[in-house]
Design a protein around this ligand. Sequence first.
Ligand code: ARG
Ligand code: ZN
Length: 472
Amino acid sequence: LLVAGALALSGCDSTPPEAGLSPSTSPTPSRTFTPGADGVGDPYFPTYGNGGYDVSRYTVKVRYDPAKDQLTGTTTVQATATADLSTFNLDLAGLTVSAVTVDGAPATHSRKRNELVIKPASGLINGNGFVAEITYSGVPKPLRNETLGDGGFLHTSDGAIALGQPESASTWFPVNDHPSDKAAYDFEVTVPDGLTAISNGVPGGKSSAGGWTTWKWSENSPMASYLSTLVIGKFRITTGEHKGRPVYSAVTTTVAKGAADASIAQTVAVADYLETVFGQYPFDAYGGVVVSDSRISYALETQSRPVYAASFFRQGENTEVVAHELAHQWFGDSVALVRWEDIWLNEGFATYAEWLWAEHTDEYTADQAFDNRYARLPAQVWQTAPGKPGVEGLFSESVYQRGGMTLHALRVAVGDKAFFEIVRTWAAEKRNGTATTAEFVALAERISGKQLDELFDAWLYGTKRPARPKAR
Ligand code: ARG
Ligand code: ZN
């Protein structure tokens, strides 16, 4: 690039070409710029994410008109090239791109299914930062997934919900859509006056003009893309401050005030309890959003502000699900996955946190939770290895229940003191990062001083019910 630039300049310059090169500079060896890969190489989801760069921040500015189901947006991606790139991809599902610039210069772009391929005017050099700006619009659609459930942008009765795991973000902004590339996010969402637009992180206020209100949110701790959310509608809002952090929670007005509101109101109390077990709460905001839409029957640990289906609260107050989603703030969100196969690192910890919360609130003990499941879980769970669940088994009972039991088996084997030190050290050492199962096993062995490969092999990778754990 540098060489080509120098030659181009020399052609319209009166100085001879060699004058531009200092005597000590031999000509820069020519670089080879190649296309970035269309995936990060996750064996379960080969096209998720992309190769050749690392994103540090997204600025997502979108306007959504529920009456027309129309989204228009500009997303700015600040990234660093990790290879010499002739082109690079972003994940974008549906929507129509009208313009792309890279470092302010127009770039060419094309689409291949859910990949946006961007060709900057000149190649991107390994190690250099760059800024891509993408302007787009269209009617956003969720990504269909029969086994795992749809993910992404849904038009609802009073607005929209963008939510999903393992993917969702690419239905409303161009993104390197894999948890291994965490980044900070700024959101600016413009909706008709009278509607609220809620996203992750710290609320940045709202402003109105010409019948539209713009809501700002920023998530400054690194976040995996599937943990981004956008919920537009009418809500009962609760705001406050806790331990110097803003609290912002919302319950859809499509459900009557009651158990959902009461459960979400316990967010900071549950977080304070979990902090005593896992160490400092990892993010700079708290909250929760309760939605009611027949297509959403789950809760998701969207960073700093989980989203809950109203159905969790139909039978009355439910702080178990709150404990589960808040535990994910440490395990899943702050400590994120390198590859989806290790999902038990998220769900096993979140399930175990439910048992710890139940013990704390005198409902049942973690021992009882373990014994119950050991006796009663169906054969299917013992045949499915939570450490290698397959794509179809990503959210299986084995990942959740046997994942939680794996941690209890570890606790019995190493004793409470070592166990809670392992858990806290895991959260602290991997805070704001990504991690693998092998790293967790190594940490558990390091802290306990015990050899634990047999235990983890049986509990995570075995296809029959392991022996009951014994103290060692
Ligand atoms: N991680 C979520 C939770 O355990 C569950 C998401 C389920 N997603 C799905 N596509 N089935 O709280
Ligand atoms: Zn979970």
